[in-house]
Design a protein around this ligand. Structure first.
Ligand code: ZN
Length: 317
């Protein structure tokens, strides 16, 4: 799905406001996007200002890519989460944009997480916004609008973004009194509640979780049993591609948790934590293993023999 359609579906308010502005050619000089997933939307506005493929950005042309890579000459980018935005930065923007355009199109400054600015920077920013220069556009993002000066807010087109669909899915699963482990696994694999519903509290799902645990345990501590255990448990009971695909998906999440546990991050399988902590493997090896599982999943689609494919994976993993 292209980015435009994705916004249309997942951020309908943002999409509507943006297309109205661009279609009527009444584009505000400043946008303020509110929400934790505002970065992609902010870049999309910047792309739409310079892309020539249509009213809104195509997200495919060279100009669009240059915005993503922050190497468009008339784009100044900063992120308050990486470094507090200081007065000097705003003065630099002012100075650069008083010169003539390098690219001959819109001049854009995109500042993410502007709540992380010093108060001097906020005041300078306000002054810049009070005297808009034709052809110069400001795009800001913030997670907490209460930390942005109301006088800045009032000079921007403020758009509140909706939480991401994954977050909505997790919230919905939480309401249903489902095990914490299952919520994370399901929300990583599926994108809608309807798909998850088929597996919640099923024997299949519980079995596969257990198989993931045993697979990883055997892989690292009883390598000699891996093939025979998988053949006599998992593959004896489940031969359908759909179920094996689900298992492989769940296995990848388990292997990724080996990274998460090292970095003290949240696990997809919190209850497997003590096993994962005992495993020492290099990042390089873990990545190779994940790639092998993903490749097996890919081959599964091409009508291969499930048993042969799984055997080949287990010998090579
Ligand atoms: Zn484009």
């Amino acid at each position: 799905m292209n980015l435009k359609n994705q916004f249309q579906l997942e951020q309908p308010i943002f999409y509507k406001i943006l297309s109205n502005c661009f279609e009527s050619k009444r584009i505000p000089h400043a946008f303020l996007l509110v929400g934790e997933n505002s970065s992609m939307a902010a870049h999309y506005i910047a792309k739409s200002l310079i892309c020539e493929s249509g009213t809104l950005a195509c997200d495919e042309c060279n100009e669009c890519h240059r915005i993503d890579n922050h190497n468009y000459a008339d784009l100044i980018y900063a992120n308050g989460n990486e470094e507090t935005i200081k007065k000097g930065k705003i003065e630099y923007i002012q100075e650069q944009f008083s010169k003539s355009s390098l690219e001959g199109k819109a001049k854009i400054y995109l500042l993410e997480n502007i709540e992380n600015s010093t108060s001097e920077a906020m005041n300078s920013l306000l002054k810049v916004l009070e005297e808009p220069i034709s052809g110069v556009y400001a795009i800001f993002t913030c997670q907490n609008i209460n930390r942005v000066l109301p006088t800045i807010q009032s000079r921007c087109q403020v758009i509140q973004l909706l939480p991401s669909s994954k977050k909505i899915l997790i919230e919905k699963l939480k309401e249903k009194d489902i095990l914490k482990d299952d919520i994370y696994v399901l929300s990583e694999i599926f994108s809608s509640y309807e798909e998850c519903e088929k597996y919640i509290d099923t024997e299949l799902f519980d079995d596969l979780k257990l198989e993931v645990y045993h697979f990883i345990e055997d892989l690292y501590f009883h390598r000699e049993n891996l093939v025979i255990n998988v053949e006599t448990h998992l593959l004896k009971k489940y031969k359908e591609k759909e179920n094996i695909r689900l298992f492989l998906n769940m296995l990848v999440l388990g292997l990724k948790d080996l990274f998460h546990v090292k970095q003290n991050m949240d696990l997809v399988y919190p209850s497997f934590k003590s096993l994962f902590e005992k495993i020492s493997d290099t990042e390089e090896n873990i990545i190779k293993r994940i790639e092998l599982v993903l490749n097996t999943e890919y081959l599964l689609e091409t009508n291969a023999n499930v048993l042969l494919l799984m055997d080949s994976m287990m010998y090579r993993i």
